[in-house]
Design a protein around this ligand. Structure first.
Ligand SMILES: CC(=O)N[C@H]1[C@@H](O[C@@H]2[C@H](O)[C@H](O)[C@@H](O)[C@H](O)[C@H]2O)O[C@H](CO)[C@@H](O)[C@@H]1O
Ligand SMILES: [Zn+2]
Length: 292
């Protein structure tokens, strides 16, 4: 059976920021890589001055523009089967938690869970992913669309399993505390250190104890592709972004390596002190067992 992996993300840019190296890694291996993006990102900031008038409060065209950014980003990552949940524009970016945009009639945060999940079930029935990747229950950092993407991905996987085509493994994006700590220390001398006020990595809304992480995907061969994908999302990620500091100054291990917890399925063989899998398909009938 050909390898099929499905990524469920909230906004255009999340796919590159959180899983860009993993997507490029599996696309390069010839796996069928499907990305489902749940909103167009209509409520985002705009870091490109000449596009400022596209913002929600003016022309309200940022969503359409971010779709073009997404297409450019995915072209950098490889052959990706890109879908919008329910079709482009069905669910709207809900804005940050507690903002007025949460109340928009099409806000993803207020979507009917069963209806939204059925849109994903249809895609899962078509592409039959052995592996699904999404966020943890907090949406990695608490954004309402990320939390809702988690809920939809998990509910759709339940329905798919009831219908005989559920994924064998479900992963949630994760940042090991050891990596987070190393990243903060590496940025300490940076002039535009975004974490200057951080005194303890526990202050971040994300961070997973290393022993709870299940997989570490080394996509450092695709570091440049991930950086190109980030640059495609120029309205969201300014050239001064700390993401580029990490990418440029501190080696590929921060940007080219992505980590996951295992939410469903049986963990395959792994490496290192915590036995982290090096392949998300590890342990599956056609999954190559992790090299020792
Ligand atoms: C990575 C991600 O999920 N980005 C979201 C997020 O963007 C944040 C938002 O614009 C906030 O106002 C900024 O202070 C913060 O720096 C941004 O990361 O929320 C947006 C609105 O829902 C969303 O469009 C964007 O993709
Ligand atoms: Zn997002």
């Amino acid at each position: 059976m050909a390898r099929s992996i499905l990524f469920v993300h909230a906004h255009p840019d999340d796919e590159s920021i959180g899983t860009g190296a993993t997507m490029a890694h599996y696309a390069a291996q010839g796996a069928h890589v499907t990305l489902v993006t749940c909103t167009l990102g209509e409520e985002g900031e705009i870091h490109v001055p000449e596009l400022a008038q596209l913002e929600a409060a003016q022309a309200d065209q940022l969503g359409g523009y971010r779709l073009t950014e997404l297409r450019s980003a995915l072209a950098a990552l490889g052959t990706i089967d890109a879908r919008m949940l329910g079709g482009a524009g069905r669910y709207r970016d809900s804005g940050m938690m507690g903002t007025l945009a949460n109340e928009h009639p099409r806000a993803f945060w207020g979507a009917d869970l069963e209806e939204a999940s059925m849109h994903l079930v249809e895609i899962m029935d078509e592409v039959r992913p052995q592996v699904v990747v999404t966020y943890d229950a907090n949406g990695f950092y608490g954004h309402p669309d990320h939390i809702q993407a988690h809920r939809v991905a998990m509910r759709a996987s339940e329905i798919a399993a009831e219908r005989g085509f559920g994924p064998s493994k479900i992963y949630w994006t994760a940042m090991p505390l050891s990596v987070l700590k190393a990243g903060v220390e590496a940025l300490a001398d940076s002039t535009d250190n975004p974490f200057a006020a951080v005194t303890d990595v526990a202050d971040f809304p994300f961070g997973t104890p290393d022993e709870e992480v299940a997989a570490c995907i080394d996509g450092s061969d695709h570091h440049d592709a991930k950086v190109a994908a980030l640059k495609a999302h120029a309205t969201q990620i300014p050239e001064t972004s700390w993401l580029y500091s990490i990418a440029g100054n501190f080696g590929q291990e921060f940007m080219g390596v992505e980590h996951y917890t295992l939410a469903h399925g049986v963990r395959g063989r792994g490496d290192g002190p915590y036995g982290w899998e090096t392949d998300l398909f590890s342990g599956l009938p056609d999954g190559s067992p992790a090299a020792r």
